[in-house]
Design a protein around this ligand. Structure first.
Ligand code: FAD
Length: 325
């Protein structure tokens, strides 16, 4: 079991963590990125990405993340395939973490970029048809459904916002909810009910996503009526699961300030968490925008603030050492 020491320890290898690494490495902080169970993050489970700046043509999510990692390594980042299982923030800086491998990681500053995971229904066909008609992000994939029919599954604010957003592209949007009323705010509900392109199917649960992943993708949803238990098929070109996201913050519970949904709380307009020297970026602190480019943007901010923090920290350490002589 080894000990890895760095000036900048980054947990997570999505767009946020790798952008923080690019900036940190170029500032001479020799970052270590611990990649976690999903090296490259959420974009590695999608196909077409059409809204990341710099590419006129559609690029593939996994390719984009390989390029980000290659760029981070090229400027001096070390990426490690490990998952952080324990962390000690109380006695830092420097901060200590232990990986699943048993290795110890010690960083003078810590950047948390552990992201979030969309919640899925977990029904047949969902995984196989992911990126082939089934999505969890209207902002990301809505554009691919121009002139087509789509369904949104859920009943909260996110589901209603996704449905309203999709009216810009799709010919018809159907909101499917397993209850007889929505949880979304009244103002959103008013806009939803008034929209001529949106229909609501009440008291229906999605039992399965139907279609051929190899040819044509999603073709229909299998629905169960919650009151009569009757099973029906609902033909549709695209389906957006909008039942929420879960930030990956279990490690930091009780150690850093979080909101009611478990997202890390940062000082407004900055990546600073409730503990000096610990910065958060990307989806783990952002439940609003949740895009690769915003994750990369906050990753940059985390690295710049980490560098400033480190300059002061190292200066004070030098002063203490001098005073002790
Ligand atoms: C299907 C899908 C399609 C999408 N399409 C688009 C799109 O077209 N355009 C767009 O802009 N956005 C898109 N998004 C959203 C985008 O992927 C996210 O906003 C972005 O990836 C967030 O980046 P992040 O770095 O904050 O976190 P993530 O990408 O979630 O990465 C989190 C990282 O943290 C690591 N990690 C977690 N816990 C630990 C741990 N304990 N130890 C070590 N590492 C850990 C994971 O392994 C992972 O590497 C899509 C998302 C999905 C799910």
């Amino acid at each position: 079991m080894a000990t890895h020491t760095t000036r900048m320890l980054i947990i997570g290898s999505g767009p946020a963590g790798l952008t923080a690494a690019i900036y940190g490495a170029r500032a001479g902080m020799e970052p270590i990125v611990v990649q976690g169970l999903q090296p490259g993050g959420q974009l590695t489970i999608t196909t077409d990405v059409e809204n990341y700046p710099g590419f006129r043509d559609v690029v593939q999510g996994p390719w984009l993340m390989q390029e980000m990692q290659a760029q981070a390594e090229h400027v001096g980042t070390r990426t490690v395939w490990d998952t952080i299982m324990e962390i000690d923030l109380e006695s830092g800086p420097p901060f200590r973490a232990r990986g699943d491998s048993g290795d110890e990681y010690i960083g003078d500053v810590l950047v948390i970029a552990t992201g979030a995971q969309a919640k899925w229904l977990g029904v047949p066909g969902e995984e196989a048809l992911g990126g082939k008609g089934v999505s969890a992000c209207a902002t990301c994939d809505g554009f691919f459904y121009r002139g087509k029919t789509v369904a949104v599954i859920g009943g909260g604010n996110t589901a209603v916002e996704e449905a309203l957003y999709l009216t810009h592209h799709a010919t018809e949007v159907t909101l499917i909810h397993r209850r007889g009323e929505l949880r979304a705010e009244k103002i959103l509900q008013d806009r939803l009910f008034a929209h001529p392109k949106i229909n609501v199917l009440w008291n229906k649960r999605v039992e399965a996503f139907l279609g051929d992943p190899g040819a044509g993708g999603l073709s229909a949803l299998q629905l169960a009526d919650m009151q009569t238990l009757e099973i029906s098929e609902f033909p549709v070109n695209g389906a957006f699961v909008a039942i929420g996201h879960a930030p990956s913050t279990a490690l930091f519970k009780g150690r850093l300030e979080m909101d009611a949904n478990g997202y890390l709380v940062v000082e407004p307009g900055t990546p600073k968490t409730s503990r000096p020297g610990v910065f958060a970026c990307g989806d783990v602190m952002d439940h609003t925008y949740r895009q690769a480019v915003t994750a990369a943007g906050t990753g940059c901010m985390a690295a710049l603030d980490a560098e400033r923090f480190l300059a002061t920290f190292e200066y004070l350490q030098g002063e203490q050492a001098q005073a002790a002589e």
